[in-house]
Design a protein around this ligand. Structure first.
Ligand SMILES: C[S@@+](CC[C@H](N)C(=O)[O-])C[C@H]1O[C@@H](n2cnc3c(N)ncnc32)[C@H](O)[C@@H]1O
Length: 233
């Protein structure tokens, strides 16, 4: 972990404390919504398999997968020991929780699920390569084509805000390096977590109509992009 990431760790722990900013901002619901949206796109074969949720926050996605796949052995990890201990307290009967930095994860999992984590890292390439070596199937979910004042995001190692805008080819380096066999891609809006609510769809619909007649560019609903990666591990 770098010096900066150490500083972030104190912030994460504060963030995840009881009634802290994560819960106040609807983080529990968000994690569950992301898992449910993912589940609408990707189904794992029934039966026994191992799944690790990386960057699990308070564990709602891991708990969802444990319910969804009762025969699976589900684990969940996060760099925040506060998040992990709270997740364990709530779901420890169904999910094995452990504290670890993403780059120190070891072992071999059939599936790694990593939702809305990699966009926070200025060095997401190295971190993804490490994850790809730890699993047969790496499922990544990140915001698609996120823009700031109309432009792609610019990485800043001093911040834990979103660092990169992700596109269809953002993980092609894994193919180029010969680390994976195949990458399938899907898109999904995740209303409330990352997308427009029903009411926003109506207001944006009206706004887009006005944009069309005034020849201004169409505003698109925020989407998540899901990468379903078959590795060589
Ligand atoms: C935006 S949250 C996403 C939480 C959850 N996966 C979801 O879909 O809602 C990012 C998570 O990544 C975790 N994280 C940040 N840096 C990490 C690192 N170096 N190793 C492991 N987890 C990390 C944070 O503690 C946080 O729980």
């Amino acid at each position: 972990m770098t010096r900066h990431e150490n500083i972030f760790l104190d912030e994460f722990n504060d963030y995840f404390k009881e009634n802290g900013a994560w819960e106040q901002g609807g983080g529990r619901k968000q994690t569950e919504i992301f898992a449910r949206c993912f589940d609408e796109v990707i189904t794992f074969p029934a039966g026994k398999f191992t799944l690790l949720d990386v960057g699990c926050a308070l564990g709602q996605a891991a708990a969802f997968f444990a319910r969804r796949y009762p025969e699976a052995r589900v684990s969940a990890t996060d760099v925040s020991n506060v998040a992990v201990s709270r997740g364990r307290g709530e779901y420890g009967d169904r999910v094995h929780f452990f504290t670890e930095d993403i780059e120190r994860i070891n072992g071999r999992y059939d599936v790694i699920y990593c939702s809305n984590v990699l966009e926070h890292f200025h060095d997401y390439v190295e971190k993804t390569m490490h994850l790809a070596a730890c699993c047969r199937r790496l499922c990544i979910m990140v915001p698609y084509n996120q823009r700031q004042r109309g432009r792609r995001l610019v990485p800043d190692a001093d911040s834990f805000e979103h660092q990169y805008s992700f596109y269809e080819d953002s993980f092609d380096f894994l193919l180029d390096e010969g680390l994976v066999q195949k990458i399938d891609i899907a898109f999904h809006p995740c209303p409330i977590a990352w997308g427009w609510s029903r009411r926003q769809r109506i207001t944006h619909g009206i706004d887009n109509f006005i944009r069309k007649i005034s020849r201004r560019p169409h505003e698109h609903e925020p989407m998540q992009i899901i990468f379903d990666i078959r590795t060589n591990a």
